[in-house]
Design a protein around this ligand. Sequence first.
Ligand code: HEC
Length: 162
Amino acid sequence: MRLSYIHRGRRLSVFGCVVGSAALTLMAIEIAATSTAASQKSLTVWDGVYTGAQAERGKVAFSRRCSFCHGEDLDGSEDPGGPPLLGSVFLSHWDGLSMAEIFATVGETMPQNRPATVPTEELAEILSFLLHTNKIPPGQRELPDDPADLQDILFVARPETR
Ligand code: HEC
């Protein structure tokens, strides 16, 4: 390295200075990275991540594709058998997951008798309906169906105290 040509004492002080500023730069980068991650993570389902109209469309789709097993009101059915999709037990299953993970899991496993048959746009509507029925409020923007966008939305069972 160029620094090693410099007289030892001087090199050390220059070196210290370089290391010091490099450390500062690293710290700055780390802080920037952390705050970016934090601002992405801070978007949760409680921030108005779907629209009321989207949930309305989801209600129709849910009724056609899912209510047979999960009940019209999402309270589950004994026969043919499907768990409720509302309430604290249900919400606890999704707590801490990204909407991308939820989207992928539900998309790949449901409807149980015909997995992976729901178009992504419709799945976003159905998930909006599930959020709405679980008393998570709508907002101005639609729930996306792109995994990259869904990755930034965190599902938490309760609104955080801020
Ligand atoms: C043929 C019956 C059937 C249909 C139709 C069906 N499901 Fe299910 N669903 C089940 C059963 C049984 C389970 C529980 C076992 C499991 O998770 O695989 C389940 C589990 C789930 C879960 C996980 C619940 C939890 O507590 O974690 C979700 C979410 C879900 N279904 C959503 C849907 C959606 C959305 C549709 C419509 C696109 C749908 N299901 C259609 C039978 C069905």
